[in-house]
Design a protein around this ligand. Sequence first.
Ligand code: BG6
Ligand code: MG
Length: 212
Amino acid sequence: MKGIIFDLDGVLVFTDKFHYRAWKAIADDMGIYFDEKINNRLRGVSRMDSLEIILERYEGKLLTMAEKVSLAEKKNQIYRELLRTMTPEDVSEEVRDTLKKLHVDGFKLAIGSSSKNTKFILEKVELIDAFDAVSDGTNITRSKPDPEVFQKAAKYLRVAPEECAVVEDAFAGIDAAKSGGMYAIGIGEASKYEKADAHIEEFAELTEILEK
Ligand code: BG6
Ligand code: MG
């Protein structure tokens, strides 16, 4: 392996709880049932695709595209307010040390996230300088499980897809990595996903897996 592509939300930072709170506010407002289990289906999925999943339980009138865009914007405003509270302490020492070690050992590191808030988050937690490239929701047209975000990350790193490993907490992200021809490492929710090539419980285990 020469390149490592990291998902952001749920792998490097735990913004899932903020996504949940923001979507929950929108769902409650519209009388839509929404819980943590449904929230799990939103992992790795773009903002508009996430809204469609939430609207599966909506019993009101058919919404226009403009109404959907406005709901997604409202969710994002709530989410960004919550993100504002983030500080460098929201990234564990384990994550920082492991990233440094992998870099020193010669791996090229990239972000591959569906989020359009990626750069804002990386700046808030002061992690932006840890990566050689960032591929995110602002440079893709198709959301995970499509491999586009990872393919672009590999391209920015100038590393062939088959020489890249992807670290992911989302099932959709593992599927994306596999269909892009990459080695998929599952962590968190995806640590038990059988389609992943390797499974880890702790972030620091990456050095053992990748330096074999
Ligand atoms: C992914 C999250 O990283 O980004 C998803 O796992 C989220 O839950 C997606 O919907 C898009 O995020 P944003 O910040 O562009 O709304
Ligand atoms: Mg994730």
